[in-house]
Design a protein around this ligand. Sequence first.
Ligand code: GUN
Length: 292
Amino acid sequence: MLILDGNKLSTIIRKEISDKVRTFCKTDIRPPHLAAVLIGENPASQAYVRNKIKACEEVGFASTLIKKPESTTEEEVIKIINKLNLDKEIDGFIVQLPLPRHIDEMKVNLAINPEKDVDGFHPNNFGRMALGIPAFHPATPSGIMMLLDRYKINTDGKNCVVLGRSNIVGTPISILMSKKTTPGNATVTIAHSRTSNLKEICANADIIIAALGIPNFVKSDMVKNNAVIIDVGINKIDDHDSSKKYRLVGDVDFENVKHKVSAITPVPGGVGPMTITALLDNTWKAYSKTIK
Ligand code: GUN
């Protein structure tokens, strides 16, 4: 069984990015600059954004964090976006999701200049991705594709079951996995909360990509021998033995599933760091205008 180590691979890819920054950004050329907009006090969002900013520093990017209270109005968020759209010093920016309930996520996505949309959530980028033409791809699916690519996982003609149909992960990864690309070329099934015969569908999968947000949902009897498991879940569960009183687990029952499979991502240390690495890669592309 192979552990698909997102930390180790991220270190390699981030070194490649920082080498490019060092080579390209000689004395008077400014480095790539990512901005992140964080609205409200969601602790998970705060942690994710902190990690994104820290990763920028590590590779030599400039970064700006725009932090606003929960009470910020939709109009105020759009104003911030319009300013970032026009700011020549900013190559790309993200608005961390979820947003407070009074703010319409789609309106926010639509306001972002697609050329700075390093999250790949704007319909221009999402549609271009679906059509297979150059675009920013959403970071988590893009990170998964990098992981499959660098570990040389064969996806060609395989049965791939995606659990979850969110705009951030399930839907875009199902599109990417079905494209005539490597990795890709898979036969994709999207399963979700209304899917019947889920156990049989999963048990027939060569590749399972779990993005449901339900701790330990994928059990060993749902998994075929030698399957490849990509676990996108990051769930906090109580753990009284830990000093933090919680621990992070994925959507897959890792301890019982790992013995059966040919490859699996751990949580933490699998897809999570790859998501941030893919965001850095998108920011480099926005900066160098080498979007492919
Ligand atoms: N919330 C969860 N994942 C993401 C992501 O990839 N980008 C943004 N902006 N928000 C998120």
